[in-house]
Design a protein around this ligand. Structure first.
Ligand code: G3I
Length: 305
């Protein structure tokens, strides 16, 4: 394949990117995005603060711009994200207890129902585990409604859109030896054993020199897949440049390709200048839209299989 999506599809996988609605009018951006990627994640537009700015008043304008652009160009959409401790609308931030639990479940139900049939995969819950060595849950207003909030969100999402794949998504879960990775693994194993509806686990994969691509990434992906879920790389970016950056990207692609249930890779933006990282040139295209060495190494690795 001569594009990322064509090369990935040779092994039945997808290659995706995050899209910002307000950049779709930039023709360089839209041209690259349309040519290279086939799975689209809204970078911010489907989050709780964007879709429910006032309680029970839903707002889908910018999310729809992305979903309609994706679908009219023959692409699929990864919904991001139904429930998260961050980017909550102001009205939700100071809620607690039963009223927060019900507001969260209402949000999951309403948004997943609105997009029913249009979403390939939902990130149902995002970033619910703590950093550091505990391996436990992150403290948040949602967590304080009870440890079962995650499974409640998954059950509500399944009921609202039975056709969508339902994913748990997190960062710093790439290294198999990290406590956070083990904590998420235990939750997924528990969900599978009790029939909680979960189909996949997303690995955000935000890397830099302090948090490099682990050499055991394939082990992590393989062990999660062995629980009976698909795995995906969902927000890949790697700070750096030149051949060092290119090699690290290649390593991530290689790890995914080595696991049958690693079904796709999404990078978190199109050009370096579109990235949430202020510096670090972490993406596959430079600010002018030129292919970087990292692009070539990813394409070659996808083609090598
Ligand atoms: O749109 C407003 C603009 O009107 C305002 O003037 C400006 C001033 O602050 O803010 C703009 O909103 C910003 C938004 O990005 C759009 O640029 C928010 O402040 C800013 O917080 C937001 O950052 C996003 C971040 O999530 C928030 O948590 C990044 O774009 C987005 O890339 C990032 O994505 C997350 C994933 O959802 C989850 N995993 C980690 C990943 C990277 O942090």
């Amino acid at each position: 394949g001569s594009t990322l999506q064509a090369a990935a599809s040779e092994s039945g996988r997808y290659f995706g990117t995050a899209i910002a609605a307000n950049r779709l009018s930039d023709s360089t951006y839209a041209t690259i995005a349309n040519r290279e990627f086939t799975m689209i994640t809204a970078e911010n537009e489907m989050k709780m603060d964007a879709t429910e700015p006032s309680q029970n008043q839903f707002s889908y304008g910018n999310a729809d711009r992305i979903v309609n652009w994706a679908r009219s160009n023959g692409k699929q959409v990864r919904g991001h994200a139904l429930a998260w401790h961050s980017q909550q609308p102001g009205w939700m931030q100071n809620m607690s207890g039963t009223s927060l639990r019900n507001a969260m479940l209402n949000h999951v139900t309403q948004v997943a129902t609105y997009y029913r049939g249009k979403i390939h995969t939902w990130d149902v819950v995002n970033e619910a585990f703590a950093d550091g060595s505990s391996g436990g849950r992150r403290d948040s207003n949602l967590q304080r409604t009870g440890n079962d909030w995650i499974e409640a969100a998954f059950r509500a999402a399944r009921a609202a859109d039975p056709g969508a794949k339902l994913c748990y998504n997190d960062y710093n879960t790439d290294n198999w030896s990290h406590a956070k990775t083990q904590g998420v693994y235990s939750m997924v194993r528990d969900f599978k054993s009790r029939g909680v509806p979960i189909d996949c686990v997303g690995f955000q994969a935000h890397f830099n020199s302090g948090n490099p691509v682990p050499s055991n990434y394939d082990t992590t992906l393989r062990n999660f897949a062995a629980l009976g879920v698909d795995v995906q790389i969902t927000e890949l970016d790697i700070e750096g440049s030149g051949s060092s950056q290119a090699q690290q990207y290649q390593g991530v692609v290689q790890a995914c390709l080595s696991v049958a249930r690693c079904t796709g890779i999404t990078v978190w933006g199109v050009r370096d200048s579109d990235s949430w990282r202020a510096s670090g040139t972490p993406l596959l295209f430079d600010g002018s839209g030129n292919k970087k060495a990292a692009y070539t190494s990813v394409l070659n690795q996808l083609n090598a299989g």
